[in-house]
Design a protein around this ligand. Structure first.
Ligand code: EPZ
Length: 419
């Protein structure tokens, strides 16, 4: 298994091209199943989770054609209904998002339960409740979700007990073909949900309220050919912003959108980092040692849980102490013991970590456990003395396009090796 070897201590300088958003791409790919017209997606990130989802819809008879990098045409004209096997679903949880579109298009769906993952139990009860509210019979049988709506789905009011991103996507996609109007209350307001709504609208759906807590959808049975450009990846952009901050460097994040990154930019500014928009995106300028800042993750527009690990790495070398609270996932601190191997002073207590900033980190071999934890260790390695070796970097490939090459272009001393 590949490793990344990092020799730290160099301020990063230069420009980084921000790819399309992985967490926008995944629901958009399965949304293609709703329509019997082609859907063209552009600005698609070249990451393994996207390939897994494209292979999955391909197994449903969707014709996949690629005429340019970062662009795919998904034609579900000849799609047929089949089972989403456990082997596929366990590779990428987002595959279970096929449930909504399959039920909406074919009136039945059989999809493996995704099970838990490194960061939490991740139940899907809100997805199932939303489909039941739209009139589907939903049951769990031998590890599979079995959903049926032979007469089609019926518009309804869906109140989500928490603004789950996935459950909002499931309800939104299913409601596009339900008869009559659907209201989704306490919907997720994430930019990726607004991007999904924009794409579905381009396909012919009638949706209001994208980006707000209240979505209204008027169901319809026919769609049209659509071309949709993905929004930039705010988590990738936030990761490079943290890399500039932790190395005291200066990076222009080409394509990044400040309006998607308010919470994390506010934290960086309080930590002493200078940020300003440029014609091409966002400039991030580290200015000496960071100041420690408390961070609490929460649903968008709160501080993103997907940046918690990266910002913990930055705070581990800050001046002073701070508290980092994780409120979205119950087990998202797998990176804590690994950061401590590099000399970080962290005290884990339930959903809180007390971070006492240290003068310096020292390189060591560490183990990646999930996507964001792996990039957190790379950031720590970029500022550590000596060499850090990050193992199991396949986690990284799931959500970061060309990370090592992008960092090398900005002056990092990092290489990918196969031991
Ligand atoms: C999406 O996951 C993202 N994944 C996650 O990014 C991200 O961390 C998360 O949203 C929160 O922002 C994709 O978009 C593919 P949720 P999702 O449903 O949809 C609980 C990354 O690193 N919940 O908003 O699964 C759940 O357990 C990944 O790119 C229920 O209890 O997140 C969690 O505690 C990791 N019942 C909370 O809600 C449900 O039915 C938020 O989950 C659904 C969720």
């Amino acid at each position: 298994m590949d490793q990344l070897k990092i020799r730290g201590g160099r301020p990063l300088e230069g420009a980084v091209d921000i790819a399309g958003a992985k967490n926008a791409a995944l629901p958009l790919i399965v949304a293609s199943l709703l329509s019997d017209h082609p859907l063209v997606l552009t600005n698609l990130p070249a990451v393994t989770d996207v390939e897994t989802l494209i292979a999955l819809v391909g197994s449903y008879g969707v014709t996949v054609s690629r005429d340019q990098a970062h662009r795919v045409t998904l034609d579900a004209r000849g799609a047929f209904n089949t089972e989403a096997h456990y082997d596929v679903v366990r590779r990428a949880r987002a595959t279970m998002l096929v449930l909504g579109p399959l039920l909406a298009r074919f009136g039945t769906a059989r999809v493996s339960l995704p099970g838990g993952c490194a960061i939490g139990a991740r139940p899907i009860d809100l997805h199932l409740k939303a489909l039941a509210a739209l009139g589907a019979e939903v049951a769990v049988d031998a590890g599979y979700i079995v959903a049926r709506a032979p007469q089609g789905l019926t518009g309804a009011r869906i109140v989500l007990s928490s603004p789950s991103v996935g459950a909002t996507a499931t309800a939104l996609m299913a409601a596009t073909t339900a008869s009559g109007e659907t209201e989704i209350l306490n919907a997720a307001r994430d930019p990726e949900i607004a991007d999904l709504a924009a794409c579905l609208t381009a396909m012919g759906a009638q949706i209001e309220g994208a980006g707000s807590h209240r979505l209204s959808i008027m169901g319809r049975r026919s769609f049209r050919r659509a071309v949709h450009e993905l929004i930039p990846d705010r988590v990738e952009a936030g990761t490079y912003a943290a890399a500039a901050a932790i190395t005291g460097g200066r990076l222009e994040l080409v394509g990044a959108r400040l309006e998607h990154m308010a919470a994390e930019c506010e934290v960086l500014e309080r930590a002493g980092v200078r940020l300003f928009p440029t014609d091409r995106g966002l400039m991030v300028e580290g200015r000496g040692r960071l100041a420690a800042v408390d961070i609490t993750t929460s649903p968008f527009p709160g501080f993103p849980t997907d940046l918690q690990a990266q910002f913990m790495a930055a705070m581990s070398v800050a001046e002073g102490a701070c508290m980092i609270r994780e409120t979205v996932f119950e087990n998202r601190f797998m990176h804590v013991p690994e950061l401590m191997r590099l000399g970080a002073d962290l005290t884990l207590n339930g959903t809180n970590v007390l971070v006492r900033g240290v003068e310096r980190l020292v390189g060591a071999p560490v183990m990646a456990t999930d996507l964001r934890a792996s990039v957190c260790l790379i950031l720590a390695g970029l500022c550590a003395e000596g060499e850090t070796v990050v193992n199991r970097v396949y986690h990284l490939d799931r959500g970061y396009e060309d990370l090592a090459r992008k960092l090398v272009r900005c002056g990092a001393d990092i290489e990918r090796v196969r031991p």
